[in-house]
Each structure stands twice: as C-alpha cells, then as structure tokens.
Write a protein that binds this ligand. Structure first.
Ligand code: SF4
Length: 389
C-alpha cells in the first residue's frame, strides 16, 4: 500500500483570511522630491474613463481566484486619487460593487492631496460611496511644506481638513516629522494642529531618504538621529495625551477608528491589487500567492494583460513576511494568527520568538505576542531573526 504523506512545512490554511481591495491611481500634480511611490507627474487631461475601465478589467481577471469572498475594505491610493472626478470614483465603486460583495459597513478610503480638493469634490466622493478620507497634509508649516516640495501651503492644508470634515466623520491626516530644518517645537506644533483639527486618525511618519528620489541624489540636511528619536517620543506622548491609541508603528486612532484596511495588511490578510504598479496577495487552501501590475501608466493602459508578476510565496519566506507586518502592531497578535494566516506550524517560529523574548524584544502570554517598547525601537533587528526561520 502506498501512503502519500504531506511534506513537512507545506502550507495548509483551514480558513481563508479577510479580503480587501487596493486600487492605485498613479498620477500627481507634481512629483515630491522625497517620494518613491509609483506616482507620475500628470501631463494634460487624465485618461479617467479609460483607466477606470482598465481597473475593472483587472478586477474581473482576479474574480475566479476569490469567488464568493466578500471585500472587507477598499483603499483608493496613489499617487493622488483626488485628481479623479467624483463621477469617475462613482463609476469605479459602482463597478466594484457590481462584481463583488462589500461587507456591510466596509471601510472605503480615498487618498486626497490638500492641493486638489475643495468642498464640492469631497461631497461628490462621499456620494460615490467613499466613507473615509486620508489627507496627505504632511505639515501645517509653510516652511516645511516648501522644503518638501508640496503643492499646497498651510492655509490650503487647514482648508482641506475643514472641507473633508464637512463631508466625512472618518478622516486620517498624514504627517511627517524629521523634516529639513525642523525643530522639536515645530514638529510638536504640527501634531497639535492635527489634534485641534479633531480628526479621528493620524499617521505620523519620519522622513527617510529613499533610493530613486531627488532627496536621495541631493540629500537635504535633516535633523540628527537623536533629535528625530525625541520627535518620535513627542509624537507618541502628545497623541496619547490627546486620547489617540497608538496601535501601529506610525498609526494613532481615536477608539473605534483604527484603519480597517491597513489592519488587514498588518494581520496578514489578503488583498487584490488593481491599477498601475499595484500589488496583491491572495491565499488558497494550499498556497499563498502574490501579484503585481505593470508600473508605467502608459504601458499599463496599452497592454491587454496588466499582470507584471505573479508568484507563490515560498513557505520559508512566510515567517519573515508575516512578522514584518504583525510585529508593527503595538498590541501584537493572537498566538494562533501565524498558523491561521501563514498556514504553517507555530513551531516554525518558536526558536526566534523564544530568543526575542529572552532579549526583551517581545512579550507574550498564552493569548498574545507583542513587541516590547524596546522591540518596537529595534524592529528591524527583531525581524532579521525570521529570515532564517
Ligand atoms: S503627492 Fe504623494 S504620491 Fe504624489 S508625489 Fe507627492 S508624496 Fe508622492
């Protein structure tokens, strides 16, 4: 009699994770000198109709891989999706709803640049079914905004926040700190500006110099490492004192206002990626796959098949990929989540977890595994342990 046993460490998922949708809109008014996203300066009219058609075709191509699975969230990011007319966003979201079921109350976020929106446009996005706005404010200080090459000033930033708040109760502000010429007091004033605006969510990122950006080839003088570390502590303290829960490395939310879409990434959920350069992750009972689309908008629009890559994630890469996301969560994750989402035995990560616990970089009990405050500061060092797991 022949018995076919499973290979050790084969991926087996008992249930599939929640599924989200990421939509990429790759155009901006102007390319910011620090930005390494797939964003391209627009030249003339945007091909909105053609692009929305293409997005929906991308989605259709993915449907056989996710039959019957509802969407828990949609995130329209970029780039600057707020450059699209509300009618285009309406056509996109109607098209999504016609092809897939959205969970009741699903979060639908649209990223907006304060230089591209006014009250009427926000109302239109709301009508189209968007229920959360993420505003790329970055700073409320004109000097900082100029240093960052942003297309808007502080007055426009404040006006955009007010206009967003008139149509949406769920608004995120993106802020940056560690900016050229910025002092601790200046960074604090930005955080206070966000708190005064009364938004329920703030994302605060330290400026980093990324390859293939203008800042990389011509680096501005940034505050010293210690000054940036002080700013990070200030951000956490000031937002904590104002009632925001620090729930992920850079994310702060009022109770009940955490970003469902990003939480799904950090909890190693699935997501479909449509649009130029979009990435996705789709799990099946016996494998976890990734896909990526053609990056260049022109080529993306011209080609019949927009998939640039698709691959099955090797089981040995899953511990690192899972921890890269889950260890960003301040409250960590349930002990069973690794097996549930990576489809691998918990024993595969027990060695690195035990050594990180001994060194005080993670804390755990029988229910949860979470990074310690020191572990959050040295996250990259902690993650390296899982490369070889
Ligand atoms: S607006 Fe945002 S996406 Fe566009 S170039 Fe600037 S940072 Fe990048």
């Amino acid at each position: 009699m022949q018995i076919f046993l499973e290979k050790p460490n084969a991926v087996r998922l008992a249930t599939l994770p929640p599924l989200a949708l990421y939509v990429h809109v790759p155009w901006c008014v102007r390319k910011c000198p620090y930005c390494d996203f797939n964003s391209h300066e627009r030249a003339g009219e945007l091909p909105e109709r053609e692009y929305v058609d293409r997005l929906l075709r991308d989605l259709e191509g993915l449907l056989p891989s996710v039959w019957g699975r509802p969407l828990v969230s949609v995130f329209i990011g970029g780039g600057t999706p707020s450059l699209f007319a509300p009618e285009s966003i309406d056509r996109l979201l109607s098209g999504v709803r016609a092809r897939m079921r959205l969970e009741p109350g699903a979060e639908v976020t649209l990223e907006a640049n304060p230089g591209t929106v006014e009250a009427g446009r926000f109302a239109g996005f709301r009508q189209a079914g968007v229920n959360r706005i993420s505003l790329g404010v970055q700073s409320f200080d004109d000097r900082m905004l100029a240093a960052l090459g942003r297309i808007h000033g502080a007055v426009e930033a404040r006006r955009a926040v007010d206009a967003a708040a008139a149509s949406f109760d769920n608004v995120n502000l993106d802020l940056m700190y560690g900016l050229p010429g910025q002092t601790l007091e200046m960074a604090k004033a930005d955080i206070e500006g966000a708190v005064r605006a009364g938004v329920p969510h703030v994302s605060a990122y330290q400026l980093t110099l990324e390859p293939n950006t203008v800042f990389w080839s011509r680096p501005p003088k940034l505050p010293e490492h210690d000054a940036c570390a002080d700013m990070q502590v200030m951000v956490e303290d000031a937002l904590g004192a104002a009632g925001y829960e620090h729930y992920e490395t850079s994310a702060f939310a009022r109770p009940g206002r955490r970003c469902a879409h990003n939480l799904n990434y950090w909890q190693f959920g699935d997501y479909l990626g449509i649009g130029a350069g979009a990435h996705g992750k789709v799990s099946f009972p016996d494998r976890i796959t990734r896909h990526a689309r053609i990056k260049q908008p022109k080529e993306y629009l011209a080609r019949d098949d927009t998939l640039a890559e698709q691959s099955v994630v090797a089981p040995k890469e899953l511990p690192f990929e899972f921890m890269l996301n889950a260890l960003r969560l301040v409250e960590g994750f349930p002990v069973t989540l690794f097996s549930d989402r990576a489809g691998l035995p918990a024993a595969m990560v027990e060695g690195p977890l035990a050594s990180l616990e001994q060194e005080g970089l993670i804390e755990r009990d029988w229910q949860r595994i979470r990074p310690s405050p020191r572990g959050r500061r040295f996250l990259n060092e902690a993650l390296e342990r899982f490369l070889a797991a």
